[in-house]
Design a protein around this ligand. Structure first.
Ligand code: ATP
Ligand code: MG
Length: 353
């Protein structure tokens, strides 16, 4: 179709607890929301980042797209967790060709897996007379293959496999247009993984995926109070089941234990960042949180007081036009924290279409 509508590329975030999809239209500096969907995954369909129930996952992807009229057939999706390795490496000055030829050899020592088992990508971040700085990203190939398969089974075509932590950064950049004087820590607290990306202006200076998230709060309630997954989720979200005669006083200390642990993991990451960037490192000025796990009542305040930094909720639609006749503002603000990565993936979709 010669004058037909430009084909869209949606952002599809397959998390371990839910699938999110976002479709954007327009130019990068003038984006509008055209599609948005969210659906929970059955418990244990994705464990430790690994797809355990291929059909169940693809069915949810298919439903979330169908139910929310996502017209794009192509999607950008992402990976995260411990099978994803992202590193900034410094190499001697060299030409693009020399780099292309030697990248596997250079990357090998930074990747704890056999290179034949991973998919490797790289990007030159700076080139001077003394050094070539390269950002390398690698992911276990079986993870990528499984994700692609789930997407294809759902009738969609995966055109780019991105990395969640970069999608998070893309979402931040589009919406906040930071200048080089701003250093923020982006946190995406999911169900099983927390992505941390420290960004100076529009440059990522440190990333790490930590295996903590909202499901740890649910687990501890399940185990200590003898609850089912659904009951524990409800208790965690403050919707206490009046039928159950549970000891409400025991909830708070259990939750506090996990909050402490999450705050400590973030603190350790910031300390590590400071130690590895000793004199050049800039101080983190602010934390922007996202992810369903960040919705835990009081968590933002706790993190702010423990880490002595302002903590704000990242707004993934801050600079995106939203037609409130089509998208209910109350629903949008309720699921806003969960949508950050999907928005970032959709931004990438706009870039590649
Ligand atoms: N109101 C709430 N209060 C507390 N926790 C919440 C709330 N809403 C959602 N969560 C938690 O957020 C988590 C899901 O967040 P999210 O959708 O960002 O994760 P995910 O992308 O599926 O997982 P991951 O990225 O770790 O694979 C779950 O642990 C869920 O219990
Ligand atoms: Mg997630």
């Amino acid at each position: 179709m010669l004058f037909g509508k430009k084909k869209g590329v949606a952002g599809l975030d397959v998390g371990s607890s839910s699938v999110k999809v976002v479709e954007l239209d327009g130019k990068l500096n003038n984006l509008s929301l055209v599609g948005l969907g969210y659906e929970n995954l059955p418990d244990d369909t994705i464990v430790d980042g690994q797809i355990m129930e291929m059909n169940a996952v693809s069915e949810v992807i298919q439903n979330v797209c169908k139910d929310h009229q996502i017209s794009a057939n192509q999607v950008v999706t992402g990976v995260s967790g411990h099978s994803v390795i992202v590193k900034n490496i410094v190499l001697p000055p060299m030409s693009r060709d020399e780099l292309e030829e030697s990248i596997d050899w250079h990357a090998e020592e930074h990747i704890p897996y056999d290179l034949s088992d991973v998919s490797l990508d790289y990007h030159v971040t700076s080139q001077t007379n003394d050094a070539t700085q390269v950002l390398i990203a690698a992911c276990k190939r079986e993870r990528i293959d499984a994700l692609k398969q789930a997407v294809q089974l759902a009738g969609k075509q995966p055109v780019v496999i991105d990395i969640d932590t970069f999608a998070l950064q893309n979402c931040y950049e589009i919406n906040y247009q930071p200048d080089a004087s701003q250093t923020v820590a982006l946190l995406n607290i999911g169900a099983s993984t927390m992505n941390v990306n420290i960004v100076q202006g529009v440059n990522s200076v440190f990333t790490r995926d930590i295996t903590v998230g909202g499901s740890q709060f649910t687990d501890i309630l399940q185990r200590n109070l003898g609850l089912s997954f659904q009951q524990a989720e409800a208790v965690k979200r403050g919707v206490v089941d009046p039928q159950s005669n549970m000891d409400e006083k025991s909830i708070e200390p259990l939750m506090n234990n996990v909050t402490e642990m999450v705050a400590m993991e973030i603190q350790k990451t910031f300390d590590f960042y400071r130690a590895t960037t000793e004199d050049t490192g800039v101080q983190v000025q602010k934390i922007l949180i996202s992810g369903g796990g960040s919705k835990l009542a009081g968590l933002a305040e706790e993190l702010s007081s423990k880490l002595e930094l302002p903590v704000e909720v990242l707004d993934p639609f801050r600079q995106i036009k939203v037609d409130t006749r089509k998208f209910d503002p109350d629903y949008l603000s309720e699921i806003m924290p969960e949508m950050a990565v999907a928005v970032g993936l959709a931004v990438r979709g706009v870039e590649v279409r």
